[in-house]
Design a protein around this ligand. Structure first.
Ligand code: FES
Length: 241
């Protein structure tokens, strides 16, 4: 039977011990995901191993972690797609580790709440529904598929040096509402992200775009917000001879 060595970051914030890596040898077969390997360890070798997962189908975003040098969804990563026979797993960066691969996501959700992540139509609801044209819906393509796994935030170096920076996942979500024809709060949204911890903190490093498991483009969203803020403050671009 084929095997892999899982090398996993271990830490328990309730104990006064230093973090360490622990290795586990597990049997693997074609079609097995990294998450299934973790579940095997939890079920058969060490029940105290802590990690998050829920849907096991790349939908809920709970299983994002650092796997062999890149932030990925454990449930979408095939063990056989990794080049190395050692699967090295670390928790998400820039967040407090509670236990092993289980981090405290509260600061992430606090930022998310700040941007009011819901439609603000600014008018009473219509009798049936808010209609969008096909073109209006098309503008949301690539913006509404974010599953808030946080992989982009973890890979962002600005999130490390400026913990208050809203970050790529949050700013992509702002862009999603700014571009939505049913939302009427674009001015306030742009004002909020034009501040000290908003879009102009982004250094356009593209890490977020590279790791997004849904192949979204947070860097592009941030650039779009920057363009709109500049246009709002200084008017349309002029061509100088
Ligand atoms: S368990 Fe839901 S995205 Fe992986």
């Amino acid at each position: 039977m084929d095997t892999r060595t899982y090398k996993i970051f271990r830490y328990d914030s309730s104990k006064n011990e230093k973090p360490k890596f622990r290795s586990f040898e597990i049997p693997v077969e074609k079609g097995m995901t990294v998450l299934e390997g973790l579940i095997y360890i939890q079920d058969n070798i060490d029940g105290s191993l802590a990690f998050r997962s829920s849907c096991r189908a790349g939908v809920c975003g709970s299983c994002a972690m650092h796997i062999n040098g890149k932030y990925r969804l454990a449930c979408e990563t095939q063990i056989y797609s990794l080049k190395s026979k050692t699967v090295t797993i670390r928790p998400m960066a820039h967040l407090k580790v509670i236990k092993d691969l289980f981090v405290d996501l509260e600061p992430f959700w606090e930022k998310y709440k700040l941007i009011k992540p819901f439609l603000q139509p600014g008018e009473p609801p219509p009798e049936r529904e808010r209609i969008q044209t096909a073109d209006d819906r098309l503008r949301l393509e690539g913006l509404i598929d974010c599953i808030l796994c946080g992989a982009c935030q973890a890979s962002c170096t600005v999130c490390e040096t400026h913990p208050e920076y809203l970050g790529p996942a949050i700013l992509l979500k702002v862009n999603r509402f700014v571009e939505d024809s049913r939302d009427n709060a674009a001015d306030e949204r742009l004002e909020e992200v034009s501040g000290f911890n908003g879009v102009f903190r982004c250094h356009t490093i593209f890490n977020c775009q590279e790791v997004c498991p849904k192949e979204l483009d947070p860097t592009g969203s941030i650039a779009n917000l920057k363009r709109k803020i500049i246009k709002k403050k200084f008017g349309p671009a002029k061509l100088y001879k």
